[in-house]
Ligand binder design. Structure first.
Ligand SMILES: [Fe+2]
Ligand SMILES: [Fe+2]
Length: 360
């Protein structure tokens, strides 16, 4: 409850500036916070972590298989191209694949950093500005984390064309909800699923920890998008909602196609067309690409973008089955997995310290 009283009349509830870089909205109502958003903001403040301390960077991943993942997860596994490669060449494919994938995570995180800074400016309410500011800090820490990880791999890739064009659409749209929809729901939702696949299958502790910790924060980010859009979309006209669905359908196809990784095959000097054809048609890769939508499908349903266009797109992509995923349950699991990694690391540190004490 507010105890401060304005001493002069406040005839407007806010102030808006407009210039070439976009619109900045000020509010003079500092007390009107929605409980759920304020709780999320408080959690965002409490759960900040420092990558330098929380992650054991002394570990060096195996350069020939940095994530220690089974070869079945290499997109061209099982092709004649893969069968002809020497052990050394296969190591080079695995390393470049991880570098390509984590480079896209890195650039995507910078996109999230810039989008959330934009949300701080453009969103009208103080509670959303508070929360988005914690996310700006989260995303800066994620950029730092993935950048450090790529220093370990010693190679990096530029941003993928599909990801860049999607970021361009999101950032150049003046409607405030499009930043949330494009970044918080689509780009982050897809990234979250990709991080989860690595967290759950990587044998290497560094790649596993990096993704598990980032996911712990991302669960809050997706929740922010859900809370904001769930309130807003029912107020729009059907035509306005249809327009958003059109954008989502197009974005989902583009994001799925970015995982064909054409620039990776090009860099490795392979027949790019043949690789893309193989990856596009491979049954295991179809399953992999469908798993990328486990978070997006239920979120779009939850925020009320679930008209015929959306359902038809997801049916066509073979991912409609994820509509019944319990988002709260998977996000609670994201938190507990990260916390378990902390506990395991503490146990290892304690065991090492006890061993040293015995030796001394
Ligand atoms: Fe992030
Ligand atoms: Fe995020």
């Amino acid at each position: 409850m507010t105890t401060k009283v304005y001493q002069l009349p406040v005839d407007k509830t806010g102030w808006q500036t407009a210039d070439k870089t976009g619109t900045a909205k000020f509010t003079w109502d500092y007390d009107n916070g929605r409980d759920k958003l304020i709780n999320l903001y408080d959690k965002g403040k409490r759960k900040q972590w420092d990558a330098k301390e929380r992650i054991d960077w002394s570990h060096d991943p195996n350069p020939e298989n940095p994530l220690d993942m089974p070869d079945e997860l290499v997109p061209i596994f099982g092709s004649t191209m893969w069968d002809k490669l020497t052990a050394e060449e296969r190591g080079n494919v695995r390393r470049n694949m991880v570098a390509w994938q984590f480079s896209q995570f890195l650039h995507g995180e910078q996109g999230a950093l810039i989008c959330t800074a934009k949300i701080v400016q453009t969103v009208p309410d103080i509670d959303s500005k508070y929360y988005a500011a914690t996310q700006v800090m989260d995303e800066a820490r994620h950029v730092e984390t993935y950048s450090r990880y790529l220093d370990k791999i010693e190679i990096a890739y530029p941003i993928n064309d599909n990801l860049q064009s999607l970021l361009d659409d999101v950032l150049s749209d003046s409607r405030w909800d499009m930043t949330y929809l494009g970044m918080q729901v689509l780009i982050e939702g897809l990234a979250l699923a990709a991080f989860g696949l690595i967290r759950n299958t990587a044998g290497d502790p560094l790649g596993k920890a990096v993704n598990a910790y980032v996911m712990q924060d991302e669960a809050r980010h997706v929740m922010f998008g859900r809370l904001a859009l769930r309130d807003y979309y029912p107020q729009l006209t059907q035509a306005e909602r249809d327009d958003r669905e059109e954008f989502c359908a197009d974005a989902c196809y583009r994001m799925r196609d970015r995982f064909l990784a054409n620039e990776l095959w090009e860099r490795l000097g392979y027949d790019t067309e043949a690789c893309i054809k193989y990856v596009d048609e491979s049954e295991s890769q179809k399953v992999f690409r469908s798993l990328l939508f486990t978070r997006i499908v239920p979120t779009l349903k939850d925020v009320g973008l679930w008209g015929p266009k959306m359902r038809q797109t997801f049916a066509d992509m073979g991912v409609i089955g994820y509509e019944s995923t319990d988002l709260d349950e998977v996000m609670a699991e994201d938190e507990s997995v990260a916390e378990q990694i902390d506990i395991d690391r503490r146990h290892i540190d304690e065991a090492i310290a006890a061993g040293m004490a015995v030796e001394a």
